[in-house]
Design a protein around this ligand. Structure first.
Ligand code: TXA
Ligand code: MG
Length: 330
């Protein structure tokens, strides 16, 4: 067990992070989506350590993070025209693009796939860290595998204390759900994981965009999608928006049985009922995305059971939110 320090981002903590990264260690750092657990993407041992620390299955590949001025052509062999357009429109930001790899980084990053996922985060602290080390940083979300992704330094600490030396603290992540993962190895881009940069936004920018939907028995394109994810440590129940009345009755039943039940929903639904134990996701789409993991983590500490109502809207950003809610609520 080592001492885990939480430090705000300044010259001193950046120097420490550089020292850790260059000696093969892992550093947790903030991004605009969720906190990442970073290691030198060129270093086999360091990348292996990420999988070890998280308890991550070794067939679930990692995203490489680089600063704004990093020369991508050093890592990937082909960048299609639409990826260049999308980079202009959305980067730096919560969009990860998957390219044909030049196999320059450790093979453990992509778990043996011939592709590489690359992300340029917009968070100022992330940029400062990536510029300071000036290396491609392989990083998954900084949680124990299958747990809810962390959106504060405290969340990272709760999962990884004793296992890493340093958490760079950049405050609460504003985005709140992981980046959109977009396959850029075909003629038409394809969303592998939904996020704040939506399929609709991508299609509006480059004309066309597919959405990957896993079918029974099919080879998994984005291996992370086959795993249970985002699960809080308490019981959960998810109701559709149209079944909110039923959800509320169920919540009252649980309370009457003496269970610590918490009700999770958007603000408009919260205002319809008298809810003492409320996990309010907020009003707008961006608020709901931003609050989801924070409220799941708050809920798992306080509740025996979280009862959630799906947001009314189902497209755009809510498509990605629903995807996470379904996984979190089993
Ligand atoms: O917002 C985010 O993307 C955060 C922050 C830290 O940047 N990172 C993150 O990483 O969510 P992680 O490891 O939790 O999720 C990475 C996702 C997985 O679903 C993985 O399967 C997919 O990206 N992925 C990575 N490399 C891939 C590749 N070469 N081809 C297809 N999917 C890939
Ligand atoms: Mg993750």
């Amino acid at each position: 067990m080592m001492d885990t320090r939480i430090l705000t981002i300044d010259e001193q903590s950046l120097k420490l992070s550089e020292k850790i990264i260059k000696s093969g260690g892992c550093v947790a750092f903030p991004t605009e989506t969720v906190y990442g657990l970073g290691a030198n993407a060129f270093d086999d041992g360091a990348v292996g350590r990420i999988f070890e620390i998280k308890g991550r299955p070794n067939d679930n590949p990692l995203i490489v993070h680089v600063h704004e001025d990093f020369d991508l052509s050093a890592l990937v062999s082909f960048i299609p025209w639409y990826a260049k357009q999308l980079a202009k429109a959305f980067l730096p930001g919560p969009l990860t693009m998957v390219y044909k790899s030049k196999n320059r980084v450790s093979p453990a990053v992509s778990c043996g796939l011939d592709t590489l996922a690359v992300r340029i985060p917009s968070h100022r602290g992330a940029q400062a860290f990536l510029r300071f080390v000036n290396l491609p940083i392989a990083a998954p979300s900084a949680n124990i595998s299958k747990h809810v992704s962390p959106v504060t330094a405290q969340h990272v600490y709760d999962d990884l204390k004793g296992k890493i030396e340093l958490i760079l603290d950049g405050g609460k992540c504003t985005g709140g759900i992981e980046s959109t993962v977009l396959d850029c190895t075909s003629d038409v881009p394809c969303v592998l994981r939904s996020g704040l940069v939506t399929r609709e936004m991508i299609a509006a920018t480059v004309g066309e965009c597919n959405q990957y939907v896993m079918k029974e028995g099919e080879r998994v394109l984005s291996p992370g999608m086959k795993y249970k994810h985002y699960s809080p440590k308490c019981k959960t129940a998810l109701f559709g928006y149209d079944n909110r009345e039923q959800a509320y009755k169920y919540y009252l039943d649980c309370i009457n049985r003496g269970e610590r039940a918490y009700f999770m929903c958007e603000s408009a639904v919260a205002s319809m009922y008298n809810i003492e134990n409320l996990l309010d996701l907020g009003g707008t789409e961006l608020e709901i995305a931003s609050n989801l993991y924070d409220k799941l983590r708050e809920g798992e500490i306080k509740a025996d059971i979280i009862i959630a109502v799906a947001p009314q809207k189902q497209d755009g950003v809510m498509y990605g939110v629903m995807n996470r809610m379904r996984k979190a609520f089993g």
